[in-house]
Design a protein around this ligand. Sequence first.
Ligand code: F6P
Length: 487
Amino acid sequence: MKGQGSANGSDGSGGYDLVVVANRLPVDFSVDADGEVDWQRSPGGLVSALEPVMQENDGAWVGWSGAPDLAHEPFEADGMMLVPVTLSASEIRKYYEGFSNDTLWPLYHDVIAPPTYHRQWWEAYRRVNQRFADAAAAQAAHGGVVWVHDYQLQLVPKILRDLRPDLRIGFFDHIPFPPVELFQQLPWRRSILEGLLGADLVGFQRGGDASNFVRAVRRLTDHPTRGSVVSMDSDDGSPGRRVRAAAFPISIDTAKFDELARSPEVQARAKEVRADLGDPDVVMLGVDRLDYTKGIRHRIKAYGEILQDGRIEAANTTLVQVASPSRENVGAYQELREHVESLVGRLNGEFGEIGHSAIHYLHHSYPPEEMAALYLAADVMLVTSLRDGMNLVAKEYIAARSDLGGVLVLSEFTGAADELAPGPLLVNPHDIDGMKDIIVTAAHMDPKEKRRRMRRLRRKVMGDDVAKWSKSFLGVLTAMPTRDTHV
Ligand code: F6P
């Protein structure tokens, strides 16, 4: 393999044809008692999408290990070179927990929680983005492709372009891009836009996110825009390069999930789960990171009122809520956990019986096999996000249901709703009464109608897998004119 993880010449001689830059590496590191570093693959959606293209293209992945102060040489894993970026404990606090997850995350999700604006966090964000860009510049081959991911790294495209004008640079935003009326709150809004405009192609989950971005560019910078294309001036006044914004809705490895859910082990486990729940008539399921954007409180409130109103019999119904731990050092997440857990306790106190809980609340992460079994065991899947870039849980549920059973209740405020309507039952999670009606409809839906809807959903989801997504993004990026070609 070219490069072998060593830094290149400043022109990229040697180096990798495709470099992915993401906040996290697709591995989990651990340090044993003797200080020896060990790592295990973490099977995220992004890595399954990118692994084949990385292997085909001589690829490297630049990212953070997830642990503080962990310096590690680049190493090879499954045909990819992994290049760790080191973050200090203070940088994790300011760049990751602070600016990424307590400033940008709430701002980009419709200010559901108030964003915090701290100048020190911004400085750390800039510094860390510079480090990621330096690492990518050192790994990319001359004329290579660099694909930068997500809101933690929005300054990387511009820094990288200044360092390495020979590269083709793509950026994909996995979360929503907010309307300019909200985005303009950000004191560093202009730098963020200029950062993103360092890319040739800026991808979003929905057409609406791409238009929000172009509107922000039009309103807050001097760069001319035409449709979804932004023109960048060159220093000498000659026509400069063009940046394109477009939607590339992400998906999952649908075939893999489908196959997993068909396996005899998973099917048996699904039956066992239902039996362990006491074989209720209706099993509802929520699966989320424990995040305030997911509408978990709204969902539990609606469910509790349905039980209270007696529209669904408490003794024959259960809600399984998987809430995987997330960003536990950020205040808004700590408050959410307390709130959700007190709601769960109250509801179980009121409607539970010996041997039956109204809600099974599970504050854990589970492997894909167990998730597939839960999806198969669930009559109704509740996805009630207040705002969500895409929501891959909805797609996993559909991919798991080759039996054409199960009903998907899906928030209008997810990217998935844009793609999947009219198959799911759509809800506005702020409208508790409306959501209650829809949940009751889902619980009582006749099997024929369920099959009709699930068939339609599967037709949509099974053909659009994540490999197609990455191919389509990279296809558009590599077909774009190079920097020196004036369009
Ligand atoms: O949805 C955005 C995202 O960054 C995902 O890519 C990731 O799976 C999730 O949030 C969790 O993020 P974190 O790295 O903060 O645990």
